[in-house]
Write a protein that binds this ligand. Sequence first.
Ligand code: SF4
Length: 90
Amino acid sequence: MEFYLFGIIILFFGGYLIIQYFKGIIIKKEIITEPSLQIERLKICDECIHVRLKETLYKRCTECGCFLRPKTKLFHQKCPIGKWDNLEKP
Ligand code: SF4
């Protein structure tokens, strides 16, 4: 009986930690950018000489090798040559 009680306590504690983790991501936006910032980053990339496959969904940076749609969506990503540095972060 004590074994089950211990398991339930661990389950609730783990669930609490998981909820707090996702709350941090969603509320503080520590991982995903605001859509407006992503659009600004993509506009800069569209003008850049290092972008490949510009007209497709799979546009890619030749400097870092990243696919630009997911890269621009991630808050802590940076342009390898600093072209995003002047953008205001929300
Ligand atoms: S991430 Fe930087 S270097 Fe790469 S395409 Fe965009 S602006 Fe150009």
